[in-house]
Design a protein around this ligand. Structure first.
Ligand SMILES: [Fe+2]
Ligand SMILES: [Fe+2]
Length: 451
């Protein structure tokens, strides 16, 4: 159809004008449905291609439903077709020359592959497949990144994610496309990730670069529908995954004690049954702990939330913002609570904090010296991604930080059970503890001789 139109430009112009007039007449009665008041209906001037692009899955709170969002140049309606079912899209715009469409696939069976396509009679996408994650599964693999963008290194990270056939989910701790007001950068970013995002949902925490000049958070809100409804309160939410309760919070909105977000976090942590779900991971953009003074530790964030995380047994806090890699020991109030054994830790001492802002955006070259006591490992001038596996039989999570060349930068395991006493890093790892035991033994022997 597009080729035919380009061969007959006069007919094309007349047709475009006619469509524009019809839309101008219909505009007052074509309303976006079931969406919040922040939704804008699309202007009749959007008359380009109806071919779906920027197609991406978006998880909901319900493992048996999955949203899919896509864009078209043209103002049009759409639908998703899957498993012999059809659902219409909600169609909406923001201040950018693209129409967006969101539709929900329902009645999914977790663990069973779904094939779907989006579009309408004029233009359909190709068929895509995904497998809904079963929260009761005892095995789960995922990738976590932050500070991505569109540099060649960022594209290399994307390629690595696209070629990973085992990862079931991608999380992003903010600073996603670095569009910074240039909305076509978002379009390009989504199109580049489409091969991954059509088969694996990407779940995001919002970063400071999602607060765009002239747009605020509007583009982020309209392009990622994190909680199944386009609305202004979509900046913090959770997803239940096998063995892991994932909490996505916003370091870019009020998190002070007593704030709406704080109260939500409190309630969220309390709701997790740790017998069923051993681990809680918090994803947020700015780090509480970072030894890189380019941004550094967000002290206000730490004052407001660290105690809440410690009290509620949060296991891992995954941040970005500083463009390097750093892992802390389990730490509370800058005090190292545990040093584990051979990069293996038992959960429950204190959260381990990671800064993983090395997914593509300009890597920081310098590290501040000395390395703080709470910093277990850090690496600058580096790009890569982190890959995670939950093993339900062992009730443990393993993390691997891969550099772009595939080499491993860092690794650790966090287990639910206490560490084996003979290998208990808490004793072996605390400096001076061994010599203290020796002193006690010698003193005891001397006392016995004196008797
Ligand atoms: Fe960043
Ligand atoms: Fe940032």
């Amino acid at each position: 159809m597009a080729r035919l139109e380009s061969e007959i430009p006069v007919r094309n112009i007349v047709r475009t004008l006619a469509i524009a007039l019809i839309f101008l007449f219909l505009a007052p009665i074509v309303q976006a449905q079931d969406l919040g008041e922040t939704i804008q209906e699309c202007p009749g001037t959007l008359t380009g291609s109806t071919q779906p692009q920027q197609i991406h899955l978006q998880t909901t709170e319900d493992a048996t439903t999955m949203n899919v969002i896509w864009a078209t140049e043209s103002r049009t309606t759409g639908e998703v077709q899957w498993n012999g079912q059809t659902a219409p899209s909600s169609d909406y715009c923001y201040n950018h020359d693209m129409a967006f469409h969101m539709a929900t696939m329902t009645d999914l069976v977790p663990g069973e592959e779904v094939t779907y396509r989006v579009g309408n009679d004029g233009s359909w996408s190709t068929d895509y497949s995904f497998t809904p994650i079963d929260p009761n599964s005892n095995h789960f693999e995922w990738i976590s990144i932050a500070d991505h963008g569109d540099s060649s290194e960022g594209m290399d990270v994307s390629e690595a994610i696209i070629s990973d056939n085992e990862a079931q989910l991608v999380t992003m701790s903010g600073d996603i496309s670095y569009a910074d007001g240039e909305q076509s950068a978002w379009d390009d970013w989504f199109n580049f990730q489409q091969d991954s995002m059509t088969t694996v949902p990407w779940v995001t925490a919002v970063g400071n670069h999602e607060n765009e000049p002239g747009y605020g958070f509007t583009p982020y809100e309209h392009r990622f529908d994190s909680d199944g409804e386009i609305e202004s309160e979509g900046f913090w939410y959770s997803r239940q995954m096998p063995g892991v309760h994932m909490v996505f919070m916003s370091t870019e909105h009020d998190y002070e004690v007593g704030s709406t977000q704080y109260l939500w976090l409190e309630q969220e942590f309390a709701s997790v049954d740790r017998e069923v779900t051993p681990f809680i991971i918090v994803y947020g953009h700015s780090p509480m702990y970072s030894s890189n003074s380019y941004h550094g530790s967000e002290v206000e964030l730490r004052s407001a939330l660290e105690q809440l995380y410690v009290d509620n047994g949060v296991d891992l806090v995954i941040a970005g913002h500083d463009h390097f890699y750093e892992r802390t020991w389990p730490v509370s109030a800058e005090t190292v609570m545990d040093t584990g054994y051979d990069n293996r830790f038992a959960r429950g001492e204190a959260p381990i904090h990671l800064v993983i802002g090395m997914a593509g955006r300009s890597a920081y070259e310098d590290l501040d010296e000395p390395q703080p006591d709470w910093s277990a490992y850090r690496e600058n001038s580096t790009y890569g991604w982190t890959r995670w596996v939950y093993d339900g039989d062992a009730r443990e999570i393993s993390m691997t930080f891969y550099r772009l060349d595939g080499s491993i930068g860092d690794q650790f395991i966090l287990q639910d059970a206490p560490l084996n006493n003979e290998e208990d890093g808490k004793f072996l790892g605390v400096p001076g503890f061994g010599s203290m035991l020796t002193t006690v033994a010698i003193f005891g022997a001397a006392l016995r001789r004196l008797r």
